[in-house]
Design a protein around this ligand. Sequence first.
Ligand code: PAF
Length: 282
Amino acid sequence: MKTITTIKEIRAALNQEKKSGKRIGFVPTMGYFHEGHLSLMHKAKEDCDVVVTSIFVNPTQFGPSEDFEAYPRDLKNDSKMAEEAGVDYLFLPSVEEMYPGERLTYVNVEKITKVLCGAKRPGHFQGVATVVSKLFNIIKPDFAYFGEKDYQQLVVLKKMVKGLNFDVQIVGVPTVRDKDGLAMSSRNKYLGPKEREAALILNKSLILAQEMVKNGERSSAKIKKSMTKLFEKEPLVNLEYLSICDIISLQEISGIKGKVLIALAARVRKARLIDNIVVEGN
Ligand code: PAF
Protein backbone atom coordinates (compact mmCIF):
# COMPACT_ATOMS: atom_id res chain seq x y z
CA MET A 1 0.00 0.00 0.00
CA LYS A 2 1.26 3.46 -0.92
CA THR A 3 0.55 6.34 1.45
CA ILE A 4 0.25 9.71 -0.28
CA THR A 5 -0.42 13.13 1.22
CA THR A 6 -0.46 15.50 -1.76
CA ILE A 7 -3.02 15.98 -4.53
CA LYS A 8 -0.29 16.21 -7.14
CA GLU A 9 1.20 12.83 -6.22
CA ILE A 10 -2.07 10.91 -5.94
CA ARG A 11 -3.19 12.34 -9.31
CA ALA A 12 0.05 11.26 -10.96
CA ALA A 13 -0.12 7.74 -9.49
CA LEU A 14 -3.78 7.22 -10.41
CA ASN A 15 -3.36 8.66 -13.91
CA GLN A 16 -0.77 5.91 -14.48
CA GLU A 17 -3.21 3.25 -13.20
CA LYS A 18 -6.00 4.63 -15.43
CA LYS A 19 -3.70 4.64 -18.46
CA SER A 20 -3.14 0.93 -18.00
CA GLY A 21 -6.92 0.42 -17.99
CA LYS A 22 -7.39 -0.18 -14.25
CA ARG A 23 -10.79 0.42 -12.66
CA ILE A 24 -10.52 2.65 -9.60
CA GLY A 25 -12.65 1.99 -6.50
CA PHE A 26 -12.74 4.79 -3.92
CA VAL A 27 -13.66 4.67 -0.22
CA PRO A 28 -13.72 8.18 1.28
CA THR A 29 -13.56 8.14 5.09
CA MET A 30 -12.82 10.20 8.15
CA GLY A 31 -10.77 7.35 9.62
CA TYR A 32 -10.90 5.55 12.98
CA PHE A 33 -11.72 2.38 11.09
CA HIS A 34 -14.14 -0.32 12.17
CA GLU A 35 -15.79 -3.28 10.44
CA GLY A 36 -18.11 -0.90 8.59
CA HIS A 37 -15.19 0.79 6.83
CA LEU A 38 -13.61 -2.60 6.12
CA SER A 39 -16.80 -3.82 4.43
CA LEU A 40 -16.60 -0.80 2.07
CA MET A 41 -12.97 -1.59 1.27
CA HIS A 42 -13.74 -5.28 0.71
CA LYS A 43 -16.60 -4.43 -1.66
CA ALA A 44 -14.33 -2.01 -3.56
CA LYS A 45 -11.69 -4.75 -3.77
CA GLU A 46 -14.26 -7.16 -5.19
CA ASP A 47 -15.46 -4.73 -7.89
CA CYS A 48 -12.29 -2.87 -8.89
CA ASP A 49 -8.62 -3.33 -9.83
CA VAL A 50 -7.26 -0.53 -7.65
CA VAL A 51 -8.66 0.55 -4.28
CA VAL A 52 -8.08 4.06 -2.94
CA THR A 53 -9.09 5.04 0.59
CA SER A 54 -8.89 8.58 1.89
CA ILE A 55 -8.77 9.63 5.52
CA PHE A 56 -9.72 13.25 6.00
CA VAL A 57 -11.60 14.67 8.98
CA ASN A 58 -13.40 17.32 6.98
CA PRO A 59 -13.80 20.58 8.94
CA THR A 60 -16.53 21.99 6.66
CA GLN A 61 -19.06 19.29 7.62
CA PHE A 62 -18.85 19.99 11.37
CA GLY A 63 -20.90 22.75 12.98
CA PRO A 64 -19.17 25.24 15.33
CA SER A 65 -20.34 23.36 18.45
CA GLU A 66 -19.71 19.89 17.03
CA ASP A 67 -16.92 17.38 17.62
CA PHE A 68 -14.36 18.25 14.90
CA GLU A 69 -11.48 18.53 17.38
CA ALA A 70 -12.57 15.54 19.47
CA TYR A 71 -13.35 13.28 16.50
CA PRO A 72 -11.39 10.06 17.14
CA ARG A 73 -8.19 9.63 15.15
CA ASP A 74 -5.75 6.69 15.00
CA LEU A 75 -3.71 6.86 11.83
CA LYS A 76 -1.31 4.10 12.78
CA ASN A 77 -3.99 1.51 13.33
CA ASP A 78 -6.05 2.74 10.34
CA SER A 79 -3.03 2.34 8.12
CA LYS A 80 -2.53 -1.25 9.28
CA MET A 81 -6.21 -2.10 8.80
CA ALA A 82 -6.32 -0.55 5.32
CA GLU A 83 -3.24 -2.47 4.28
CA GLU A 84 -4.72 -5.73 5.56
CA ALA A 85 -7.96 -5.00 3.68
CA GLY A 86 -5.98 -4.80 0.44
CA VAL A 87 -6.13 -1.03 -0.10
CA ASP A 88 -3.62 0.04 -2.75
CA TYR A 89 -3.44 3.78 -2.05
CA LEU A 90 -4.09 5.56 1.24
CA PHE A 91 -4.65 9.27 0.64
CA LEU A 92 -4.06 11.44 3.73
CA PRO A 93 -4.34 15.10 2.78
CA SER A 94 -3.97 17.88 5.35
CA VAL A 95 -6.65 20.55 5.82
CA GLU A 96 -4.29 23.02 4.09
CA GLU A 97 -3.89 20.65 1.12
CA MET A 98 -7.67 20.24 0.71
CA TYR A 99 -8.70 23.81 1.49
CA PRO A 100 -5.89 26.22 0.60
CA GLY A 101 -6.68 29.93 0.98
CA GLU A 102 -10.05 31.49 1.55
CA ARG A 103 -12.95 29.02 1.29
CA LEU A 104 -15.39 30.50 -1.21
CA THR A 105 -16.52 27.48 -3.22
CA TYR A 106 -19.20 25.07 -1.98
CA VAL A 107 -21.49 22.43 -3.43
CA ASN A 108 -25.13 22.49 -2.40
CA VAL A 109 -27.80 19.85 -2.86
CA GLU A 110 -31.16 21.42 -2.04
CA LYS A 111 -34.33 20.19 -0.35
CA ILE A 112 -33.25 16.66 0.65
CA THR A 113 -30.49 18.20 2.79
CA LYS A 114 -33.00 20.22 4.83
CA VAL A 115 -34.71 17.24 6.49
CA LEU A 116 -33.61 14.51 8.96
CA CYS A 117 -29.96 15.13 9.99
CA GLY A 118 -29.80 18.18 7.73
CA ALA A 119 -32.49 19.92 9.79
CA LYS A 120 -30.44 19.39 12.96
CA ARG A 121 -27.01 20.03 11.44
CA PRO A 122 -27.27 23.09 9.17
CA GLY A 123 -24.40 23.19 6.69
CA HIS A 124 -23.41 19.57 7.30
CA PHE A 125 -24.40 18.23 3.90
CA GLN A 126 -22.93 21.25 2.15
CA GLY A 127 -19.62 20.29 3.76
CA VAL A 128 -20.04 16.63 2.76
CA ALA A 129 -21.05 17.42 -0.84
CA THR A 130 -18.16 19.89 -1.17
CA VAL A 131 -15.43 17.59 0.13
CA VAL A 132 -16.74 14.55 -1.78
CA SER A 133 -16.85 16.62 -5.01
CA LYS A 134 -13.27 17.71 -4.40
CA LEU A 135 -12.18 14.14 -3.68
CA PHE A 136 -13.96 12.87 -6.82
CA ASN A 137 -12.13 15.51 -8.88
CA ILE A 138 -8.81 14.43 -7.35
CA ILE A 139 -9.24 10.63 -7.43
CA LYS A 140 -11.55 10.36 -10.50
CA PRO A 141 -12.88 6.98 -9.34
CA ASP A 142 -15.07 4.65 -11.40
CA PHE A 143 -16.92 3.50 -8.27
CA ALA A 144 -17.27 5.11 -4.83
CA TYR A 145 -18.50 3.29 -1.73
CA PHE A 146 -20.60 4.66 1.14
CA GLY A 147 -22.30 2.99 4.11
CA GLU A 148 -26.09 2.76 4.30
CA LYS A 149 -25.87 3.73 7.96
CA ASP A 150 -25.52 7.31 6.68
CA TYR A 151 -28.56 6.81 4.49
CA GLN A 152 -29.25 10.49 3.90
CA GLN A 153 -25.60 11.06 2.92
CA LEU A 154 -25.91 8.26 0.36
CA VAL A 155 -29.10 9.74 -1.14
CA VAL A 156 -27.60 13.27 -1.19
CA LEU A 157 -24.41 12.08 -2.91
CA LYS A 158 -26.35 10.08 -5.52
CA LYS A 159 -28.36 13.22 -6.27
CA MET A 160 -25.17 15.30 -6.43
CA VAL A 161 -23.50 12.90 -8.87
CA LYS A 162 -26.55 13.04 -11.13
CA GLY A 163 -26.98 16.80 -10.76
CA LEU A 164 -23.33 17.62 -11.57
CA ASN A 165 -22.70 14.77 -14.06
CA PHE A 166 -19.84 13.20 -12.14
CA ASP A 167 -18.62 10.13 -14.03
CA VAL A 168 -18.73 7.81 -11.03
CA GLN A 169 -21.07 5.13 -9.77
CA ILE A 170 -22.09 5.46 -6.14
CA VAL A 171 -22.41 2.12 -4.36
CA GLY A 172 -24.30 1.78 -1.06
CA VAL A 173 -23.06 -0.93 1.32
CA PRO A 174 -25.26 -2.40 4.11
CA THR A 175 -24.76 -1.24 7.70
CA VAL A 176 -22.43 -3.43 9.75
CA ARG A 177 -23.63 -4.11 13.32
CA ASP A 178 -21.97 -5.42 16.42
CA LYS A 179 -23.24 -8.80 17.66
CA ASP A 180 -25.71 -7.01 19.94
CA GLY A 181 -27.15 -4.95 17.05
CA LEU A 182 -25.43 -1.58 17.63
CA ALA A 183 -24.57 -0.03 14.26
CA MET A 184 -20.79 0.38 13.90
CA SER A 185 -19.70 4.01 14.14
CA SER A 186 -16.47 5.80 14.97
CA ARG A 187 -18.53 7.84 17.46
CA ASN A 188 -19.31 4.69 19.50
CA LYS A 189 -15.90 5.40 21.04
CA TYR A 190 -17.57 8.17 23.06
CA LEU A 191 -19.81 5.62 24.84
CA GLY A 192 -19.06 4.27 28.31
CA PRO A 193 -20.28 0.71 29.10
CA LYS A 194 -23.68 1.85 30.48
CA GLU A 195 -24.21 4.25 27.59
CA ARG A 196 -23.30 1.61 25.06
CA GLU A 197 -25.89 -0.73 26.61
CA ALA A 198 -28.46 2.08 26.54
CA ALA A 199 -27.62 2.87 22.89
CA LEU A 200 -28.96 -0.56 21.85
CA ILE A 201 -32.40 1.08 22.04
CA LEU A 202 -31.76 2.63 18.60
CA ASN A 203 -31.61 -0.73 16.87
CA LYS A 204 -34.29 -2.24 19.15
CA SER A 205 -36.75 0.50 18.20
CA LEU A 206 -36.10 -0.13 14.50
CA ILE A 207 -36.67 -3.86 14.97
CA LEU A 208 -39.91 -3.06 16.79
CA ALA A 209 -41.00 -0.93 13.81
CA GLN A 210 -40.05 -3.70 11.40
CA GLU A 211 -42.12 -6.21 13.41
CA MET A 212 -45.11 -3.86 13.44
CA VAL A 213 -44.92 -3.51 9.64
CA LYS A 214 -44.59 -7.30 9.28
CA ASN A 215 -47.70 -7.69 11.43
CA GLY A 216 -49.68 -5.41 9.13
CA GLU A 217 -49.35 -1.97 10.75
CA ARG A 218 -49.34 0.71 8.04
CA SER A 219 -49.76 3.90 10.04
CA SER A 220 -46.56 5.92 10.46
CA ALA A 221 -48.06 7.74 13.45
CA LYS A 222 -48.74 4.48 15.30
CA ILE A 223 -45.29 3.10 14.56
CA LYS A 224 -43.63 6.33 15.68
CA LYS A 225 -45.70 6.36 18.87
CA SER A 226 -44.58 2.83 19.82
CA MET A 227 -40.94 3.65 19.02
CA THR A 228 -41.06 6.88 21.03
CA LYS A 229 -42.56 5.02 24.00
CA LEU A 230 -39.65 2.60 23.92
CA PHE A 231 -37.19 5.51 23.99
CA GLU A 232 -39.00 7.01 26.98
CA LYS A 233 -37.98 3.92 28.97
CA GLU A 234 -34.29 4.71 28.41
CA PRO A 235 -33.34 7.91 30.30
CA LEU A 236 -29.71 7.89 29.08
CA VAL A 237 -30.84 8.29 25.47
CA ASN A 238 -32.45 11.44 24.04
CA LEU A 239 -34.24 10.92 20.77
CA GLU A 240 -33.38 13.83 18.45
CA TYR A 241 -35.61 12.94 15.53
CA LEU A 242 -37.57 10.01 14.22
CA SER A 243 -38.74 10.00 10.63
CA ILE A 244 -40.72 7.66 8.43
CA CYS A 245 -40.11 8.88 4.92
CA ASP A 246 -39.77 8.22 1.23
CA ILE A 247 -36.49 6.45 0.36
CA ILE A 248 -35.62 8.95 -2.41
CA SER A 249 -37.24 12.31 -1.56
CA LEU A 250 -36.78 11.77 2.21
CA GLN A 251 -40.11 13.57 2.75
CA GLU A 252 -42.31 12.34 5.63
CA ILE A 253 -45.07 9.92 4.70
CA SER A 254 -48.13 9.02 6.72
CA GLY A 255 -48.57 5.43 5.57
CA ILE A 256 -46.28 2.49 4.82
CA LYS A 257 -46.60 1.52 1.17
CA GLY A 258 -43.77 -0.04 -0.82
CA LYS A 259 -40.25 0.59 0.49
CA VAL A 260 -40.02 3.18 3.24
CA LEU A 261 -37.11 4.53 5.27
CA ILE A 262 -37.30 4.71 9.06
CA ALA A 263 -34.45 6.93 10.23
CA LEU A 264 -33.52 8.34 13.61
CA ALA A 265 -30.86 10.20 15.53
CA ALA A 266 -30.35 10.17 19.28
CA ARG A 267 -27.94 11.59 21.80
CA VAL A 268 -26.31 9.38 24.37
CA ARG A 269 -24.41 11.90 26.50
CA LYS A 270 -21.89 13.51 24.10
CA ALA A 271 -22.36 10.94 21.33
CA ARG A 272 -24.81 11.73 18.57
CA LEU A 273 -25.78 8.41 16.99
CA ILE A 274 -27.86 7.65 13.90
CA ASP A 275 -29.45 4.49 12.58
CA ASN A 276 -32.07 3.48 10.03
CA ILE A 277 -33.87 0.62 8.39
CA VAL A 278 -35.76 0.19 5.13
CA VAL A 279 -39.09 -1.62 5.59
CA GLU A 280 -41.59 -2.70 2.99
CA GLY A 281 -45.37 -2.66 3.16
CA ASN A 282 -47.71 -3.91 0.47
O1 PAF B 1 -19.13 9.37 5.89
C1 PAF B 1 -18.06 9.99 6.14
O2 PAF B 1 -17.16 9.48 6.80
C2 PAF B 1 -17.87 11.41 5.60
O3 PAF B 1 -19.07 12.12 5.65
C3 PAF B 1 -17.26 11.46 4.21
C4 PAF B 1 -18.17 10.83 3.17
C5 PAF B 1 -15.92 10.76 4.20
C6 PAF B 1 -17.04 12.92 3.78
O4 PAF B 1 -16.17 13.58 4.65
